[in-house]
Design a protein around this ligand. Structure first.
Ligand code: COA
Length: 202
């Protein structure tokens, strides 16, 4: 469940309160059942701007192992712009970047799909639900923008909670462990029968 607090501050922005005690499960208290003292901090979600780019890159460098850009998924991003309106930053009340998510468009066989990622949350903010909120909020935006399917390369134990499951027959550029190729329908049945190589957007 997403909890949105306050009005939209500007286009693409939203305000999300994270409960440090236990984020997603803690939204009941964020919604009024618990102590106000437990409601920390307030994050503002906004669509990423060109001015955010290097700050987000620094966050990814911090959160991922060195050499992340050597991963095969990055070859699908080379010389392709992220999807406008879907890449998000989450900043706290002081404007400090707590997390970020980006999406790229790809082709899978003959259909279009979104490639989710990278998504990362600053180590001091992890485990509070921010990653989950970034994923769920951006997936909602993707559906509203008319995208039908999303894929990623990641840990099934984490992404299954957002509805992702193994995609059989969808081939990422090697070397990619097929067990980590996951998909999620934004429209019912959107991945049914979709097979083939994942290729760079053209
Ligand atoms: C993965 C990441 C974005 C999650 O953000 P977060 O804000 O910490 O996540 P949330 O608070 O929404 O969720 C925390 C839960 O996810 C679980 N989790 C986090 N990463 C996980 C993983 N790789 N595999 C399985 N579970 C994972 C935590 O154990 C916790 O479980 P719980 O709810 O049962 O206690 C963040 O940990 C991160 O930036 N990691 C480093 C970069 C990275 O690996 N990105 C994803 C690439 S696939």
């Amino acid at each position: 469940m997403l909890a949105r607090f306050g009005a939209e501050g500007k286009r693409g922005a939203g305000f999300f309160r994270i409960n440090r005690a236990k984020s997603l499960k803690g939204f009941a208290s964020a919604l009024g059942e618990g102590s106000a003292k437990r409601k920390t901090p307030l994050f503002t979600f906004a669509t990423e701007t060109p001015e955010d780019w290097w700050e987000v890159e620094a966050l990814y460098d911090l959160c991922f192992a060195p050499g992340r850009e050597a991963l095969s998924s990055y070859r699908l991003r080379d010389d392709v712009d992220p999807v406008a309106g879907l890449s998000l930053t989450a900043r706290d009340a002081d404007g400090i970047l707590g997390g970020a998510i980006r999406y790229w468009p790809v082709h899978v066989g003959r259909v279009d799909a979104l490639l989710l990622g990278p998504v990362a949350v600053h180590p001091t903010r992890q485990g509070e639900g921010l990653g989950g909120l970034l994923i769920q909020d951006s997936l909602g935006r993707a559906a509203k923008l008319g995208w039908e399917r999303v894929m990623l390369v990641g840990d099934a134990p984490y992404y299954s909670r957002f509805g992702f499951s193994r995609l059989d027959g969808v081939e990422m550029p090697p070397p990619t462990n097929p067990e980590r190729v996951l998909g999620h329908d934004l429209v019912p049945g959107a991945w049914d029968g979709v097979r083939g190589p994942v290729t760079r957007w053209a």
